[in-house]
Design a protein around this ligand. Structure first.
Ligand code: F6R
Length: 605
């Protein structure tokens, strides 16, 4: 988490840094700060809270200088206060940091004993005190940085700025992503390509352990041992993050509304218009794969949970799924004919990236279903399936989730074809059902009034229970996650059949229970579970299709969803999960796009 930026400019850099920080705010918004060197002097402005607070300070106390670094924070060590905001400074050195210094306590004790005066609770501050102590020994900024890096344990992306040095930035990467941007007479450093998108399309990606000395006319990259190494400049065409909400109240609303066209775009990219054949990126021979292992976090994990059903049912291939933060620590049994699929919007999630690295050499191949094509995960996997959702700004994932789902569904169909588990007729039916997704999503979005009505009730409650069976269970989980993260209401999701094994004790006449149950093989069983809730006076809302609504006519509240073929139903009910959360958050007046404590990209473990 945290976004870092550095600029060696040809004019005052504060506005450029602010622009880059705005694009990085999805990484955290607990505090922000900028340091510059002007006429040789290092100066700094910092503010708690969102970037807007820093902007206000900069109006009152402008910061001049052609060289600078900036930071937007997601707090790890220390509260989100001004003291803990980056850049941290000690004498002639300032630093911005993304990551965690694991041995910070040991360093802090050592530096304090040597006379360093700590003014924050952060792990980061140890870095500037260390660098300062090496400079005081007479080292050059380069040598002092190298000596400092050698003492650090943990994960970091760093940018250093030094008093008296208006043509020098030092950047370092271990475990957290960092990219160098090449401009004309200007140089940049950023946490990702998106931060630098309007500034340059010429990028150098630092590799694990790299650190770099950057001036306006040169870049020297060194490996961990200090040996100079060659890293290529690549040209990347990037959509800059869409800066406006296109008339919507929130980015989340805009991104939900974009879903029909994004799904259409994915279908157009991965299905040949003339022949109807799948044109997904090649590289995996599904007939040689014995098992799929899927790993992700949060919403992306729920996409895996749905995909498990698809791969098993359509391609008859065993699938194991795992939460990335658990995966490598349980030392999973992996086999040479396994395919690892990682799913990630950002492509930078630390645990998912670590899972990808963990399996290296143990499985046949790795495949990444990723939205940001320039991300670390996208670059490190053997095969990349871009989800093509475009930049997602709202912290709660919406369009990236449905784009993950449709990409995974098409992959499952490809696997089914290659493994000869689908005949020509079955394939034709499946593809024709898949082609209806954009239209059905549009219809699901149109039920705004219905979602808003139910949301009014949910907003009154402190707890909500979501239930579903089969592929609707992950939808219930996704609905609960969305509700928690943007409305701050406690929500739980259960497989409906599991209710009677404990959670049913929660049911009383105050508890809203939302049930996802399209008609199909599991409808009757889900309705039986719903009856168990109603018998105990739970406040039921049923999400079903027209046929289901007719059959379950004794339910208090029903949202009639579009009638959808079973296989694509998760994509349609995902819209309901999002819209219920969104409308509840509106009713509660929370910060929909930047909910408290969260960040869009989770680059720490
Ligand atoms: C929820 C949400 C998170 C992410 C999770 C993984 O709305 O956005 O749960 O899904 O942090 O992030 P990515 O997909 O970037 O790996």
């Amino acid at each position: 988490m945290c976004g870092i930026v550095g600029v060696l400019g040809s004019h005052d850099v504060t506005p450029v840094i602010l622009g880059a920080l705005k694009r990085l705010e999805y990484r955290g918004y607990d505090s922000a700060g900028i340091a510059t060197v002007h006429k040789g002097a290092l100066d700094c402005r910092r503010a708690a809270g969102k970037l807007i607070n820093l902007q206000e300070i900069l109006v009152r106390e402008p910061l001049r200088g052609f060289a600078g670094i900036g930071h937007t924070r997601w707090a790890t060590h220390g509260a989100p206060s001004v003291e803990n905001a980056h850049p941290h400074r000690s004498g002639p050195v300032a630093v911005v940091h993304n990551g965690i210094i694991e041995n910070f306590q040991e360093l802090r004790d050592e530096l304090t004993a040597a006379g360093a005066n700590f003014t924050s609770d952060t792990d980061t501050e140890t870095i500037v005190h260390l660098a300062r102590s090496h400079l005081a020994e007479g080292m050059t900024p380069l040598d002092a940085t190298h000596a400092t890096l050698r003492r650090l344990e943990g994960a970091f992306a760093l940018a250093f700025l030094f008093e008296g040095e208006e043509d020098l930035l030092i950047a370092a990467r271990r475990g957290s992503p960092l990219v160098i941007g090449h401009g004309s007479d200007e140089m940049y450093v950023g946490s990702d390509a998106i931060a630098l998108a309007p500034l340059t399309d010429k990028l150098t990606y630092l590799e694990e352990g790299d650190w770099a000395a950057i001036t306006r006319s040169s870049v020297q990259v060194f490996d961990t041992g200090g040996k100079e190494v060659d890293r290529p400049i690549v040209k990347i065409a990037l959509e800059s993050a869409a800066a406006n909400k296109s008339g919507h109240r929130h980015f989340m609303a805009k991104e939900m509304a974009e879903q029909p066209s994004i799904i259409q775009k994915v279908l157009a990219a991965y299905i040949n218009e003339g022949s109807g054949a799948l044109t997904l990126p090649e590289g995996v021979q599904f007939n040689e794969i014995r098992r799929v292992v899927m790993v992700a976090c949060g919403t992306a994990f729920y996409a895996c949970q749905v995909a498990k059903y698809w791969f098993e049912q359509i391609a008859r291939i065993p699938v194991e799924i795992d939460i990335a933060s658990e995966f490598r620590y349980r030392d999973p049994v992996l086999q040479h004919d396994d395919l690892l699929i990682v799913v990630s919007q950002s492509g930078e999630t630390a645990d998912t990236l670590a899972a990808l690295r963990h399996v290296a050499g143990q499985v046949r191949q790795t495949l990444a279903v990723v939205n940001v094509p320039t991300s670390s995960i996208a670059r490190e996997a053997d095969v990349l399936v871009p989800t093509l959702a475009g930049p997602e700004i709202g912290v709660a994932s919406t369009k990236a989730f449905t784009a993950q789902l449709i990409s995974l569904l098409l992959l499952a169909v490809k696997a089914g074809v290659e493994r000869e588990k689908i005949d020509a007729e079955g394939l034709k039916t499946l593809m024709s059902e898949i082609s209806t997704v954009p239209g059905l999503i549009s219809q699901a979005l149109d039920r705004e009034q219905d979602y808003a009505q139910v949301a009014q009730k949910l907003a009154q409650s402190d707890d909500v229970l979501f239930l579903g069976r089969g592929v609707m269970f992950p939808m219930a989980l996704e609905a609960a996650l969305k509700l928690k993260e943007i409305s701050y209401i406690h929500a739980e999701a259960y497989a409906a059949g599991e209710l009677k094994h404990g959670p049913i004790a929660l049911i009383d006449n105050t508890l809203p229970v939302v049930i996802f149950a399209p008609t199909g093989a599991l409808f009757d069983k889900t309705v039986s579970n719903m009856q168990e809730v109603m018998a105990r006076h739970g406040q039921v809302t049923l999400l079903t299709d027209a046929a289901g609504a007719k059959l379950a006519c004794d339910v208090q509240n029903v949202i009639v969803m579009p009638t959808a073929p079973v296989v694509i139903a998760p994509l349609i009910y995902a819209i309901a999960a999002q819209m219920l959360a969104y409308n509840t958050a509106i009713a509660r007046g929370t910060d929909v796009d930047q909910p408290r404590n969260l960040a869009k990209s989770v680059t720490v473990e």
